[in-house]
Each structure stands twice: as C-alpha cells, then as structure tokens.
Design a protein around this ligand. Structure first.
Ligand SMILES: Cc1cc2nc3c(=O)[nH]c(=O)nc-3n(C[C@H](O)[C@H](O)[C@H](O)COP(=O)(O)OP(=O)(O)OC[C@H]3O[C@@H](n4cnc5c(N)ncnc54)[C@H](O)[C@@H]3O)c2cc1C
Length: 410
C-alpha cells in the first residue's frame, strides 16, 4: 500500500502545474468574462503536454501510460486545471472530453475509436455526455428520446430532445468528429433493456441546438439539442444494444471521479488563497489567521478536503483495477466510493469559496478575487451536473443497504 503518486505521476503533475500556472491561471477571469469559449492556444498547449491524451491509448494518438493508471492521470490533470481556472470552464471542458473518451475507448467500435480518439488527443474535438431531457435528468429511466433500428436505412433513427447539455458551441467550434455519448431508447416498448448508449456526432443532418445563459463557468456553453430523423450507423453503438443503461452508469462513475477532482482542485486553491490573505490582513492588531473563529473553520475545511482527496484516489484506483482485471470490487463497491466523492466534493468546494469570500470581507464580494467565480462555477455540480447530490445519496443507500433502502424502486 502506498498513498503517494508514483515518480512518473508526480513528474507529470509538476510539469502541467508549471504550464497551467503560467499560461492558464492569468487568463481565467478573461475566459469567464469573454464567454467566448476556451482560447485555442490554451487547448493547443494542453494537448502538447498530453493532457487530452491521458485516457487514450498510444495507438490512437494518446499517452503511453499503463491502462490501470489512466484515470489517475486524468484525475491529476483535472485537479491541476481546476487550480488554475477557478471559473471551472477549462476543467469541466477537459473532464468531459477525457472522461467520455475513456468510455469510448472502453466500449466503442474500432471504427469509432479511429474516427474520434486521435482528434480528441490532439485537442481538436469535444466529447461530452448527453442524457438529460427537458422532462428531467435524475430519472434516466423516464427518458423519451428514441432511436429504433431501420432495416431500410441500415441505421438507428433518432428523434427527441436533450436539455442542459454541456458543449454545443464547442462541438460547433471544432466541427467533426465532436459529439456526445448519448442515452436513447432503441426499443421504446422495454424498460431498462430498451436503452442503448450511442455516440452522436453533433454535425449529422437533423440536429440543431439552442443555448442557455448560465450563472457560472461562462467559458463553456450549455444548451439543448433537437433531433429529427437523425441516422446513426451501428458503428456508433457503445457496448451492446439494449445494455446502454449500464454502460452509461459505468461512464458516470469515471466522469464523477473527474468532477470530484475538479471540485477538490478548486477547493484546494481557494483554501490557499484564504490562507495567504488571512496571514497578512490584520484586525485588532493580529492577522485574521490568528483568530480561531477563522482558522478553526479553515481547519475543518482542510480536514474534509484531505480526507476526500484520499477517497478520490481510492475511487480512481479501484476503477483502473477493475478495468484491467474485472471482478475485483464489483459495481456496488465502486458506486459507493465514487458517489461519496461526487456528493461531498462540490459542497465542500462551495463552502470553501464562500468562507474565503467572507474572510476577504468587502474585497471578497468584488471580482478582484477569483472566489466568487469559483462559487458560481462549482454550483453547477450542486444543482445536478453529472448527477444530483440527492441521487448520489440514493445510490449509496441502495448499494449499502439494498432494496429496503432503494429510493429508485417502489
Ligand atoms: C451547468 C450544467 C451542465 C450540465 N451538463 C450536462 C451534460 O453535459 N449532459 C447532461 O446530460 N446533463 C447535463 N446537465 C444536467 C444535469 O445532469 C441535471 O441537471 C441533473 O441530472 C438533474 O436533473 P434535472 O436538472 O432535470 O433535475 P430533476 O431531475 O428535475 O431534479 C431536481 C432536483 O431534485 C433532486 N432530486 C431528484 N430526485 C430526487 C429524489 N428522489 N429525492 C430527493 N431529491 C431528488 C435533484 O438532485 C435535483 O436537485 C447539466 C446541468 C448543469 C447545471
């Protein structure tokens, strides 16, 4: 048992931190305010350092890494990006792209991998997740987007609507092969067995989108998709037809590791900013940090952060082990660890941003500190992105105590 990163992991972490601190951190506010997306020179620089290739095998242009460590490298990547861009725009852009590419690599056909993964690794394509519909996001079994197979067209014919999905403008910016892993019903008569998880390239005929005006992470768009008779060939199916619900859930576990990594990176940086400020700002003749009302609250935040970081490492490690040697832990054990991180990390990050704003007094309420940007950005993960906090609690109740405590079934 070893609780440290390996020498190689630590070298990678230091290299990307140096680059991100110099190149991304000074531009985080501008990314949030311009609302023009993440600048191309930033994504190019990230790609050069291999950040988009951590979950992609070398044969598709990715990084030469051991498969069981890929999610750990992804976690390091997102954690470090979040420290540099507290608006959460660049970390979320990256976590979606590398997290869902991880699933494409695991479940995609050879043709799809050839089509998508080299462009992702080169930083020239966006890959996202597409489950939420206007009728709701938590109850995925209730989705209504359909894509039955047509013998005549030799394609699944997709019709429906998705909502609150990250990345429509980014798909347009990069063009093909950008798109989303999407949950559809290929057999509308069936319940769980009717679901298929399928890659939907955003540029196909019959697809259009609208965008929303969000409160935070302004450098990354969110919008709704409309699908009208969109033809999806078989090569885009992820896993098997009819097993999409489970493939989607596997993807959520990997993505939630990275969501928690983004929240913990932001929280870590937020706490550092507060420690620095409270060390030098004096009231009643003493630095703020000497007042226990402040320092003990900071300690409470630090303790939770430290414990969550360890739990997250455990989760990323478990998924990596399970990926390369299935059956070691089982879905329930992994679900509980990951859901714990996804449930607690956004709230902790929010608390740290809010506490920090209060320690900064009136200064904290201005845009001269990045803390309000962090607070706005991380709220996306409290209201629901990649699964609501109550849903995480429901998963833990179900997988720890069984059907008597399963809120998802009567
Ligand atoms: C900025 C942003 C980006 C997003 N990006 C994506 C994306 O890329 N792809 C995508 O598919 N979706 C995305 N989403 C949508 C997100 O996944 C949904 O918001 C989430 O699944 C919750 O669905 P909902 O908003 O429809 O809320 P609902 O399902 O209507 O739930 C409303 C609230 O009730 C809570 N709740 C639900 N059921 C229960 C229960 N049984 N007990 C107690 N509380 C409950 C939920 O946690 C939530 O807080 C994004 C959301 C945001 C805010």
């Amino acid at each position: 048992m070893d609780f440290r990163y390996t020498t190689e992991q630590e070298m990678y972490r230091q290299a990307i931190r140096e680059w991100l601190t110099k190149n991304l951190e000074p531009r985080a506010r501008a990314i949030d305010e311009a609302e023009a997306g993440i600048p191309t020179d930033i994504t190019e620089g990230m790609a050069e350092l291999g950040m988009f290739g951590v979950t992609i095998p070398e044969e598709y242009g990715g990084m030469p890494l051991p498969d069981e460590e890929r999610l750990i490298y992804a976690m390091i990547t997102v954690h470090e990006i979040a420290r540099a861009d507290l608006s959460m725009s660049t970390p979320v852009y990256t976590l979606l792209t590398i997290g869902w590419s991880y699933i494409v690599n695991r479940y995609g056909t050879e043709e799809l991998k050839q089509e998508l993964l080299p462009a992702v690794a080169a930083g020239k394509a966006f890959a996202g997740i597409n489950t939420t519909e206007p009728g709701g996001g938590s109850d995925l079994a209730a989705i209504t987007t359909i894509a039955p197979w047509s013998e005549e067209k030799q394609a699944y014919i997709m019709n429906g609507e998705k909502a609150y999905v990250s990345g429509p403008k980014e798909c347009e910016k990069w063009g093909p092969p950008s798109g989303h892993c999407t949950l559809v019903k290929t057999d509308p008569e069936q319940s769980y067995k009717g679901f298929t998880f399928i890659w939907v390239p955003a540029h196909l005929p019959g697809i259009s989108y609208t965008t929303y005006k969000d409160m935070g992470r302004m450098g990354l768009s969110t919008g709704g998709w409309i699908y009208k008779d969109v033809e999806l060939p078989k090569k885009y199916v992820l896993g098997e037809e009819g097993k999409g619900f489970y493939v989607n859930m596997d993807g959520f576990n990997a993505a939630r590791v990275l969501v928690a990594a983004a929240c913990l990176g932001g929280a870590e940086k937020g706490l550092e900013i507060s420690a620095e400020y409270t060390a030098q700002r004096k009231t009643f003749g003493k630095p703020l940090g000497k007042w226990e009302g402040i320092s003990f609250e900071m300690v409470d935040d630090w303790m939770q952060l430290d414990m969550l970081k360890l739990n997250l490492l455990r989760g990323a490690w478990m998924i990596g082990q399970e990926h390369t040697n299935p059956g070691q832990f089982g879905r329930k054990e992994i679900n509980k660890v990951i859901s714990t991180c996804k449930c607690l990390a956004p709230t902790l990050c929010h608390d740290i941003a809010r506490h920090g704003m209060i320690y900064h007094g009136a200064f904290g309420y201005t845009k001269d500190t990045p803390l309000e940007m962090l607070l706005r950005g991380v709220m996306s993960y409290e209201v629901g992105a990649e699964g609501g906090l109550m849903i995480m609690r429901g998963i833990i109740a179900r997988d720890e105590w069984g059907e008597t405590h399963n809120p998802f079934k009567d």
